[in-house]
Design a protein around this ligand. Sequence first.
Ligand SMILES: [Zn+2]
Length: 400
Amino acid sequence: MSATTAITNIASLVTNDPALGDGSPLGLIENATLIVEDGEVAWAGPAHRAPAADTAHDAGGRAALPGFVDSHSHLLFAGDRTAEFNARMSGRAYTAGGIRTTVRATREASDEALAATLAAHLREMLAQGTTTVETKSGYGLTVDDEARALRVAAAHTEEVTYLGAHIVAPEYAESDASAHDAGGADAYTALVAGEMLDACAPYARWVDVFCEEGAFGADQARAILTAGKAKGLIPRVHANQLSYGPGVQLAVELGAASADHCTHLTDADVDALAQGETVATLLPGCEFSTRAVYPDARRLLDAGATVALSTDCNPGSSFTSSVPFCIAIAVREMNMTPGEAVWSATAGGARALRRTDIGRLSPGARADLTLLDAPSHVHLAYRPGVPLVAQVWRRGVREV
Ligand SMILES: [Zn+2]
């Protein structure tokens, strides 16, 4: 038998297993002990009933919760968009190109530079309690640049998403004077669903499309996602962020794991999410950073949809790596309860990534957990902006 470690003196433990603890979705246990063996949770329950373990680690009366599962980020990028953000927040027009600025810088960056930026952001996320991160391509937009972004990503995380369909590549955009030969958005869609997919599929688990006016329409998105499925990738969709549109319905129709953003939803969209398997992933850092209206989390939750909460960390529209920050916004601005927001950032993220081994702290789960310098998970919203994450463990090993 391998050695067991008891994490003792946990003031309150979020297990996300309703069968444990107080019967709520959080499966909350007060005065808890967690026993870890071989990188997994072997036992979770009240301290007075804990079985013996080989070694003990005193949590010091802190709260413990599953490591955050950040199921939506864009970390394969280079360059800087400070000026764009500053102009937007100063009420000035900014015309220097948005995503295209990042595409240009990313294409020019070396593999080593991309990897270093990715690793730096993953460290930043880990220090804030995030133990699983999904990340996407989408700033290369050529066969070689997309494939190498995913190759770099796959060396750092198992949750890699092919987003060749982030925007129409500048060479194909009809508005671009230099796009004379390439043949427009349909030609780019064919590339994304064909040669680019072939080059990218070996490094990715997921395929994603930015389905939005000005990016990719329903037919283009369906073609790309269907081609991705045929290559064994599972769809997820950037849907209904900036306007009402077909993204959510398409996500549900194609059995996507997640429809992300969900800011502008009709009643039919909400019903489709509530009745289907597709998770609604909300990304309030984006609305915060663009002074936009937040998605209506309450409406989705009350309808019975599964809601995940993620950062959308990217250099343009949401340059935060902090899940605690997103939890605080979700509670203050989106009428989620602290418990719902914590669930969505842990178990909800796991659902959005179709994972059952993370996002919970019950027997058989990975021992990925965060200890807070606070007696309860509620403090993540109650004390916004305060660095409460005291320790982070992954697979039973303390890393922070
Ligand atoms: Zn995104």
